[in-house]
Write a protein that binds this ligand. Sequence first.
Ligand SMILES: [Zn+2]
Length: 297
Amino acid sequence: MRVTLDWLGVSTFRLVVGDLTIFLDAYIDRVPAAPPVGMTVADVTQADFVLVGHSHFDHLWGAERIARRTGATVIGSHETVRLLHDKDEIPEAQLLAVAGGEPIDLGSGVRVRVFPSLHSCIWATMAGAADDPCLGDLGIAHQERALRMARGMEMLHSGALGAEVAAHMHESDRLPRGEGGALAYLIETPAGSILWKDSSGHWSGILRDLRPDVALLAAVGRGNVDGEPVQGTLAGFVAAEVELLRPGSVVLCHHDDWMPPLTQPLDVGPIRRELAQRTPAARLLEMGYLEGRRLFD
Ligand SMILES: [Zn+2]
C-alpha cells in the first residue's frame, strides 16, 4: 500500500494512505511574512479525515474550510469540536470528539488510536537555540501559567508584533480557552504505523514503548514532561521522546519560521547530533514542504 507524507508547515501534514487522505492539523494559511508552503487551504479538494492535535489557531484554523469543502470528518478534543460546531457551524455528523483511549476506524484498513498528550510550556522561559539549556519555572500554579499565557496572547493581538500578525490573529484565533487539551495520535496502516504529536509535550508513561515505525514530533519551545517544563535543552527533550517511543524514523515539525517576527527558523543541527548520539537506531528524515515523501519503502 502506497503511503505518502507532505509537510505543510508548523505541525500540519497531509498523509495519503492508498485512497484515503488524512490531514494532521489544518493550519496552512499563514502570515504573509512566513515562507510559503506551496499550497493554501483553498487548494484542498480531497480530504476524508482531519485529525487535530489541539485547538490553538496554528493547528485548528483551516479545518473548518476543509470540512466544509470536502465533507471530511474532523477528529479532535471536545473543545476543538465545540469550536467547529458552535462557531463555524460544521454539522455534528462531521465531528468526532475524543479525549484519549478511543480506537477509530478510518476505513481502508487504517485505524487511529488517540492518546492524552501535553502542550509545550509556552508560559515558561524559552531558549533560543535547540542546544541552549533552560532551567527553572517548576511548580508554577495553573493560575499563574494562565496569566502569563493571556499576556502573551494579548501581545500577539495588540499589534506589538506588527499589523499583519494582529490581523492574522483576529481572523484565526479562537479565544478564550486556547489549546483545549492536547492529543497524540497513533495511525496504524497496513504498511506501518505513524505517531503524530503536534506540540512539544508528553506523558512519559503513555509514550513509552509505543514503538511506531515513524514518529512525527514537534520540536519547538520549552518541552513539557509530565506537566512540568523540561530542565535542559530542546534537543535533549526531542531525544528523550525518541528514546521513549523507539521509532524506526523521526520527522520533525513546528520548527519552521511559521510566524515572523514571533518565530525564527530553528537550526536542527543540535537535534540531529543529539539523536545520532542517543538514538542511532532511529533515522532522522529531514523534510521540506510539500515533498510527497513516500513512507515504508
Ligand atoms: Zn499550541
